[in-house]
Design a protein around this ligand. Structure first.
Ligand code: FAD
Length: 465
C-alpha cells in the first residue's frame, strides 16, 4: 500500500470547524486523509460568526468564505449541531468510534467566571457574560432566533479591559442611544451608521446634546489603567518603547470613550454586590494599586456603582472536555510536542484550544507578534481586517507547522478494519439524517441566518453596505 492509499484509509476527527479546524481538516484532506469535522453550531465559523460584532460585514464574509472553501472538500464530512462533551462523550469518541486520531480545534468559548461566586444567581438576568451577550447582539434580529434575550438598560457596568470589553461597551451605548434617538427625537437610525460615525459625531451633526437623550452612560471598569490596555503594543522591549506605547494606549482609550460616550474607571476590582427584591442593584469595587506589575488592593478604599446590568468581559477560556487534562484552564500539552495532548498518543490540539486564549486581554504574549494593533486602526474595517487576517494567518501557519508532525504520528497507527470505518460512516449518516444534512453547500445556504444588513438594505438611511 503506498502512502496515499494508507492515508486514504485513516479517518480523523476534527472538533471545531472554524479558523484552526478548517485549516487542519483541509490540509489533512489534501493529503488524502478522510476527515470528519464536528461543530457544536449549525455553522462552522466560530468567533467569526459569534464573537466579531456584526458591523464587520465584509471582514466576516471574507473569512467565512475561506472556511467554506476549505470544508467543502470531497474528503471532508461536516457534522454540524454536534457538541463533543454534550452530544457525544469525548472518551466515547476516542475509545469507541474508531478514528485514527482526534484533533481539537474547539477554541476558547467559556467565559471566565466573575470573581464573586455569589453573584452567579443573577446570571442571564442582571449579570450577563460577554460571549452570550455578543451572540445575542449578532443574532437577535433573526426571524428564528431562539437564544437568550437581553434588555440593555442605562447605567450598565462592564468589567473588563481587553478589546472585547470595548466592543461590549460600544454595543451597549449604540443600542441605548439608538433607542433614545427614536423615543425622544423620532430618529430611526441603524446601528451601522452609528457605529461608523460614532455617537458623539452623529449627535453633533444632528444638533442634539447627549443630555437631551436623558440617558446615563455605561461605565467600563478595569483593574489596571488605560495605559495597560493592549491598544498599542510597543515596538520592542525597551523601556522607552513600552512607555511610549502606554501613553498612546491611554490617549486612544480616551478618544474611544469620547466617541462612544462612556465612562472609564481604572484601578478597581469588583469585591461585593448589593441586591433588592432578588435583583442586583449595585456592585462594590475596591481601588487597587499596581506595584511591579502586580495588583494590590488598597485598604478601606471601596466605592459602589449602581447598576441595572453588569456585563462580565474578563476573558474566555477553553471549555473542558471530560477525559482530558487541563492546567491553568488550558489543555495540558506534552512538553516536547506542544501539539500533542497529554495522556493520549493520538489526540492533538491546534489554535485557541491550545493557547487557551480567546481574547486580547488574555493573549498579550501571543499578541506581541501583531505589530500594528492600535485601537484607532481597530476602528477601521481595513485595519481590523489586517489585524484579524494576521492573527488567523498566524493560527493557520501554526496549524501548518504542526500538521507534518501530527501526520507523522497518525502514520504510525494501524489502519482500522473496514467494519470499524463502516461504523463511523453509519453513525455520521444517522446524525445527518436526523438534522436533515445532505451536503456542505446546501447546508450552509439553508442555515446562513438573516443578515441584518440585508434586512435594513431597503431602508434609505442605512449606509451599511
Ligand atoms: C473580536 C475578536 C477578538 C479576538 N481576540 C483574539 C485574541 O486575543 N487572541 C487570539 O489568539 N485570537 C483572537 N481572536 C482571533 C480568533 O479567536 C481567531 O481568529 C479564531 O477565531 C480562532 O480560531 P479557532 O478555530 O482556534 O477558534 P474558534 O473561532 O473559537 O472556533 C472554535 C470552533 O469550535 C467549535 N466548538 C467549540 N467547542 C466545541 C465542542 N465541544 N464540540 C464541537 N464543536 C465545538 C465552535 O463552534 C467553533 O466553531 C479574536 C477574534 C475576534 C473576532
Amino acid at each position: 500500500m503506498n502512502v496515499k492509499e494508507a492515508f486514504n484509509k485513516h479517518y480523523i476527527a476534527v472538533i471545531g470547524g472554524s479558523i484552526s479546524g478548517s485549516e487542519a481538516a483541509y490540509l489533512l484532506a489534501e493529503k488524502g486523509f478522510k476527515v470528519v469535522v464536528f461543530d457544536m453550531n449549525k455553522l462552522p465559523y466560530g468567533k467569526i460568526e459569534d464573537g466579531l460584532p456584526n458591523w464587520h460585514i465584509n471582514l466576516r464574509n471574507r473569512q467565512i468564505s475561506e472556511i467554506d472553501a476549505k470544508l467543502d472538500h470531497p474528503n471532508i464530512r461536516f457534522v454540524p449541531k454536534t457538541k463533543i462533551g454534550r452530544d457525544i462523550n469525548f472518551l466515547d469518541l476516542i475509545n469507541n468510534w474508531g478514528f485514527s486520531a482526534i484533533i481539537l480545534a474547539n477554541g476558547a468559548w467559556k467565559d471566565r467566571k466573575f470573581p464573586i461566586p455569589a453573584i452567579e444567581k443573577f446570571k442571564d438576568k442582571e449579570l450577563i457574560y460577554q460571549n452570550s451577550f455578543i451572540n445575542w447582539f449578532n443574532h437577535k434580529h433573526e426571524h428564528d432566533y431562539m437564544g437568550k434575550n437581553y434588555f440593555i438598560k442605562e447605567n450598565t457596568v462592564i468589567v473588563g479591559g481587553g478589546l472585547a470589553s470595548l466592543d461590549v461597551v460600544k454595543i451597549v451605548m449604540i443600542e441605548l442611544v439608538k433607542k433614545q434617538l427614536f423615543l425622544k427625537k423620532g430618529i430611526d437610525i441603524d446601528l451601522f451608521t452609528l457605529e461608523k460615525q460614532g455617537i458623539k459625531k452623529f449627535l453633533e451633526e444632528h444638533a442634539i446634546s447627549f443630555e437631551e437623550l436623558d440617558l446615563k452612560k455605561a461605565t467600563l471598569v478595569y483593574r489596571r489603567t488605560a495605559k495597560d490596555m493592549p491598544l498599542k503594543l510597543p515596538k520592542d522591549d525597551s523601556e522607552e518603547s513600552i512607555k511610549a506605547a502606554k501613553l498612546v494606549s491611554e490617549k486612544l482609550l480616551n478618544k474611544y470613550a469620547e466617541k462612544y460616550v462612556f465612562n472609564f474607571i481604572p484601578l478597581s476590582i469588583p469585591v461585593d454586590f448589593r441586591e433588592k427584591e432578588d435583583k442586583l442593584t449595585s456592585v462594590i469595587f475596591q481601588k487597587v494599586i499596581v506595584e511591579n506589575g502586580k495588583i494590590k488592593p488598597k485598604e478601606n478604599s471601596y466605592f459602589e456603582l449602581k447598576t441595572a446590568i453588569l456585563i462580565s468581559s474578563i476573558g474566555s477560556i477553553p471549555e473542558q472536555l471530560e477525559g482530558l487534562e487541563y492546567e491553568h484552564s488550558s489543555l495540558k500539552m506534552r512538553k516536547n510536542a506542544n501539539y500533542q495532548v497529554v495522556g493520549f498518543e493520538n489526540v492533538f490540539a491546534v489554535g485557541n484550544a491550545v493557547t487557551g486564549r480567546g481574547n486580547i486581554q488574555e493573549s498579550k504574549q501571543h499578541g506581541k507578534q501583531i505589530t500594528t494593533l492600535i485601537i484607532d486602526e481597530h476602528l477601521t474595517e481595513d485595519a481590523l481586517e489586517k489585524w484579524l487576517t494576521n492573527m488567523n494567518n498566524e493560527i493557520k501557519s501554526e496549524v501548518n507547522n504542526n500538521l507534518n508532525a501530527i501526520v507523522g504520528e497518525i502514520s504510525k497507527r494501524h489502519v482500522q478494519p473496514k467494519s470499524v470505518i463502516e461504523g463511523i460512516l453509519d453513525k455520521i449518516n444517522q446524525i445527518h439524517k436526523k438534522i436533515g444534512y445532505t451536503n456542505y453547500r446546501d447546508w450552509i445556504k439553508k442555515n446562513t441566518p438573516d443578515r441584518l444588513e440585508d434586512i435594513l438594505k431597503n431602508k434609505s438611511n442605512c449606509k451599511c453596505i
